[in-house]
Design a binder for this molecule. Structure first.
Ligand code: FA5
Length: 339
């Protein structure tokens, strides 16, 4: 047996030293070929005694099988050009890494500030029903925002069966691309019991002429806080705290009376940068209108709260001194890579 063992060791060693597929093939012929060492030994076994056949046969066969496998494996290794030809001194291919769009960065920053003030995040659909976008928000039937020239209406409509629309008296519900994130106030209040406070980031759509500060597709962040004793002073505190943190400086604020059908009273918030000249309008806000609370079956004698809505593009433009809103959507990498 010891001679087999020796042959085996030699064969394995030679295989390890083989530097090419051709050499491995030569070794296969030497050991396993028709006149190969093992083939010959197996053939010679036929002449041997029963005892020898019994003891050597299995060992030789196992050896043949093992060598076959090892040769196959070695050939595979040797033919793998990738490693054999790898040149460490060659210059590498630079991988192009993507990065977040400036609007995503700003949205994340805004949401993070509100999360730290105990707001949670909710979202809603971009294709919305007329009921959520307008009716439930106390926006009257004849309000100009509902006109063709302000809103992208969708062609499909739906028979009212679904209890989402029960509170509207219409027979058929129309759909549109949401013009603001306020419909998510309604969706959230229907599903959750107060108290709660949420922010709602999302894309909105308006059918209007574009210019330096208007896009037909832009982003808003809605805020909603409902509790037993939430008042306008709370709204003022949260908003001032948010803007001071977002811009990293102490700003001046102006709360001007304004009209949105879903709040009462309503305000428009203006900010002024330290040392700045101009007041800049940054958001609409107010105390949630009692008709809105009624529409979602929250008892308006027990609960009250505030809501606000701000434009993400406008805030990003102020923070990063971006002159034209259309730059966000032009897909120009020279712009995007600066963030
Ligand atoms: C609203 O959309 C109200 N839903 C906001 C609100 C929420 C009021 C909750 C009260 C309570 P408004 O149409 O003013 O309001 O839009 C809000 C913000 O969106 C604006 O201050 C502005 O920053 C931004 N915005 C409006 N139109 C455009 C536009 N075409 N392009 C870019 N940003 C816009």
């Amino acid at each position: 047996m010891s001679d087999y063992k020796k042959i085996k060791e030699e064969a394995i060693q030679a295989l390890r030293e083989a530097k090419s597929v051709e050499r491995a093939e030569e070794l296969r012929v030497v050991y396993l070929g028709r006149k190969g060492v093992i083939t010959t030994a197996l053939r010679a076994l036929a002449e041997k005694s029963i005892e020898e056949k019994r003891s050597d046969g299995p060992e030789l066969n196992a050896f043949r099988k093992e060598l076959e496998d090892r040769i196959k494996e070695r050939k595979k290794e040797l033919s793998f050009k990738g490693v054999a030809n790898f040149d460490l001194t060659m210059p590498g291919k630079k991988l192009k890494r993507g990065s977040l769009h400036p609007l995503s960065i700003v949205e994340k920053e805004i949401v993070a500030i509100f999360k730290s003030m105990n707001f949670s995040v909710a979202e809603g659909p971009e294709a919305e029903s007329e009921y959520y976008n307008f009716d439930a928000l106390n926006i009257p039937e004849n309000h100009p925002a509902r006109e063709m020239w302000d809103t992208f209406w969708l062609e499909s409509s739906q028979k009212i069966s679904d209890n989402n629309f029960k509170s509207s008296n219409k027979k058929v519900e129309k759909f549109l691309m949401r013009t603001h994130t306020s419909p998510v106030q309604i969706r959230f209040m229907k599903e959750n019991k107060p108290p709660f406070q949420i922010v709602v980031p999302g894309r909105v759509f308006r059918y209007e002429a574009t210019d330096m500060s208007h896009e037909i597709n832009f982003h808003q962040i809605e805020g909603l806080s409902i509790g037993r004793s939430i008042n306008l002073a709370n709204l003022k505190f949260i908003i001032e705290e948010f803007f001071n943190r977002f811009f990293g400086k102490k700003l001046e604020f102006r709360f001007r009376p304004s009209y949105f059908p879903f709040v009462e009273p309503g305000v428009e918030v203006d900010i002024k940068m330290p040392g700045g000249e101009k007041w800049l309008e940054v958001m609409g806000a107010g105390m949630v209108h009692k008709n809105v609370l009624k529409a979602v079956k929250i008892d308006e004698r027990e609960w009250q709260g505030f809501a606000f809505g701000m434009g993400v593009e406008r805030l990003a433009m102020l923070k990063y001194k971006i002159p034209d809103i259309r730059m966000f959507y032009a897909g120009d990498l020279r712009f995007i890579r600066q963030f």
